[in-house]
Each structure stands twice: as structure tokens, then as C-alpha cells.
Write a protein that binds this ligand. Structure first.
Ligand SMILES: NC(=O)c1ccc[n+]([C@@H]2O[C@H](COP(=O)([O-])OP(=O)(O)OC[C@H]3O[C@@H](n4cnc5c(N)ncnc54)[C@H](OP(=O)(O)O)[C@@H]3O)[C@@H](O)[C@H]2O)c1
Length: 298
């Protein structure tokens, strides 16, 4: 019999891909959407045979009803404390009341556990939700994917097309950074959701590449010689990010404030996934660094 998997945040970039992977892996998929969700985003869900249930995320009884008979709830919600903490808590409480056994929270980031609280605002929200869910009688699994590989296209210091440079901090020229494509993250999440049980934490990466290796790959693929550039010591970087945050309090209300993006870069150069769970579930074709870089480098 098909397993019922419920996805919250199904209209998002990652959410829709998780739904697609779940359908292709044989699940019956239920997506929670809001009255205000964009019809352009619900249409593809409809087309792939997902059952859409419109709920008010503040009405626990609505969510509880939608969770009846569900084996696992997957959250791909994105937002600040009101979403990652408050809405996810309501979703979790409703799932537990409905007898759901498993829950995958919207972590989908670098494993924040080795980082200190305060070093990354968005990770701190996940940490708060983690302490809530870990007290509950439900099996939680966090999926840590490092950075979505799209970041390599966004002209960040990691790969800066304007200056033709590849940056690192401290002694991290050989430090392997974890990148996962959104497609691979979605396929893995779907495979995990369909298990009867899974570990508390799972670590994945489509590819792991250091700044030095990235320089070599860019050269081999495009012929362009990017400069490998040390920007500062890591502690100076951390102090600078802290200063940026203090000077820009309005960023507290922005999901991807500039200083938050810098916090994310800092986390990438200070934590990594040494043991990958890539091969644990499903038949996933993991995208290599070469394949990914070739998809956009000329
Ligand atoms: N590791 C990385 O590099 C990386 C990068 C980007 C994102 N992420 C993570 O990946 C996950 C998914 O992100 P995404 O980019 O796919 O997000 P997204 O495209 O912005 O989608 C957000 C989803 O959350 C829903 N949502 C937002 N606020 C809500 C609320 N108050 N109540 C109910 N639903 C709400 C949206 O529904 P509506 O359509 O109704 O608005 C939408 O379905 C998040 O955990 C995010 O932090 C990781």
C-alpha cells in the first residue's frame, strides 16, 4: 500500500521538488497550502497528482485533520522565528495528535550542532525547534545538506565572477565545502520520508570541494584562471560579521540579511560533513562537482 506523506512548504523551491520525488518514489503526497499561496505554485502540484489541502496554519485542528493516516510529515517551510519555530511547533503538535510517527523538520543546511549559538541566526531558530521536537514522542530526522550548490552561481566570495576570484579565510584553502543540489536533497528527503525509521541526523553532499580544488576545476572547465584569495583570518571574519549584524538591526526581520549570508559563509568554512549518508537510501544519482560546474561555466 502507498505511504501517505504530508509536505508543508510544498509551494517552495525545495518543497515542490520533494513532492515530485515522493510521487516518483511511489508515495501518496498531501500538500498543506495556504489561502494566499500563489496559484502558479499550486498548479504544478496539482498536475503531479498531489492532494492539496488548504489550511490556516494557526488552526491546529485543520492541520490535525490533514495529518490523519500520514506516515511522515516533511517540513520545507522557510522563514524566521514565526515560521521555523512557531508554525513548525503547531505543525508538529498537530502531527503528534493525529498519531503521525515521523517528522522531518525544515533544517536543510550545514550541520549547526558544532557551531556556537549566536554564530548563525537562522541556525539558532532550527536549534530552538530541535530542542522542542526532541522532547516529544515522535521520531525526528534532520537532513543536513551543507549549502545548496546554486550558491556557486550567485557571485559570492566563494566563486566571484566579477573579480575572477575564489576566497577563503584562515588556513582553509584546502578545506572541503559541502554542496548539494536541490534535486539531490529532494530525492534523498523523499527516500528518507518513505522509510519506517531513520537516524536523528543525516548528512549528505552531492560534492565536497575545497577552494583550491574549485580553482583547478574552473580552470579545467572554462580555461579561466581565478585568483585564490585569502580574505582574512577566521576570527577576524567572525568579528566582522558580528559588527555587521550590530550595525544593521533591520536585518533581524529579513530572512537573508547580508550579515546572515556572511554568517552562512562562516559556517561553511568552519563545519563540514566528514561522514556522508549519501548511499543509505534510494537510488540517487549524486551530481559531481564537474557536472554541476559545467552546467553554468562557459
Ligand atoms: N542550505 C542552503 O543553502 C539553503 C538555501 C536556501 C534555502 N534553504 C532551506 O531550504 C528550506 C526550503 O527553502 P526554500 O528556498 O524552498 O523556501 P521558499 O521557496 O521560500 O518556500 C517557502 C515555503 O514556506 C511556505 N511558508 C512561508 N511562510 C509560511 C507561513 N507563515 N505559513 C505557512 N507556510 C509558509 C511558503 O508557502 P507560500 O507559497 O504559501 O508562501 C513556501 O511553500 C528552508 O529550510 C530553507 O532555509 C537552504
Amino acid at each position: 500500500m502507498k505511504k501517505n506523506i504530508l509536505v508543508a512548504g510544498a509551494t517552495g523551491h525545495l518543497g515542490v521538488m520533494i513532492c515530485k520525488s515522493l510521487v516518483s518514489q511511489g508515495a501518496k503526497v498531501i500538500a498543506l497550502v495556504r489561502k494566499e499561496s500563489d496559484a502558479e505554485k499550486t498548479k504544478p502540484l496539482n498536475q503531479m497528482g498531489v492532494e492539496l489541502i488548504e489550511v490556516d496554519f494557526n488552526t491546529i485542528s485543520d492541520i490535525e485533520k490533514a495529518c490523519e493516516g500520514v506516515a511522515c510529515v516533511v517540513s520545507a517551510l522557510a522563514g524566521l522565528a514565526d515560521v521555523i519555530v512557531d508554525t513548525q511547533k503547531l505543525l508538529l503538535d498537530a502531527a503528534i495528535s493525529a498519531g503521525v510517527k515521523r517528522f522531518i523538520p525544515s533544517d536543510f543546511c550545514t550541520d549547526y550542532q558544532p557551531l556556537k549559538p549566536g554564530e548563525n541566526r537562522n541556525f539558532d531558530l532550527r536549534r530552538t525547534f530541535k530542542s522542542y521536537i526532541d522532547e516529544k514522542d515522535i521520531q525526528a530526522t534532520s537532513i543536513f545538506n551543507g549549502a545548496f550548490s546554486d550558491i556557486l552561481k550567485y557571485n559570492t566570495p566563494i566563486l566571484n565572477f566579477k573579480n575572477k576570484s575564489i576566497a577563503y579565510w584562515g588556513d582553509k584553502a584546502d578545506w572541503k565545502l559541502d554542496f548539494t543540489t536541490m534535486e539531490n536533497t529532494a530525492a534523498f528527503t523523499a527516500a528518507v520520508a518513505l522509510q519506517d525509521e531513520s537516524p536523528r541526523d543525516l548528512h549528505i553532499a552531492s560534492f565536497q570541494i575545497s577552494p583550491k580544488m574549485l580553482k583547478e576545476s574552473v580552470k579545467a572547465i572554462s580555461g579561466q584562471d581565478f585568483t585564490l584569495q585569502k580574505l582574512s583570518e577566521l576570527d577576524e571574519f567572525a568579528a566582522n560579521v558580528k559588527k555587521q549584524r550590530t550595525e544593521n538591526p533591520s536585518g533581524e526581520q529579513e530572512l537573508y540579511a547580508k550579515w546572515q549570508q556572511a554568517q552562512y559563509l562562516y559556517s561553511m568554512y568552519t563545519t563540514q560533513h566528514p561522514n556522508l549518508d549519501n548511499q543509505k537510501y534510494g537510488e540517487i544519482e549524486w551530481t559531481s562537482a564537474e557536472e554541476y560546474l559545467k552546467s553554468f561555466l562557459k
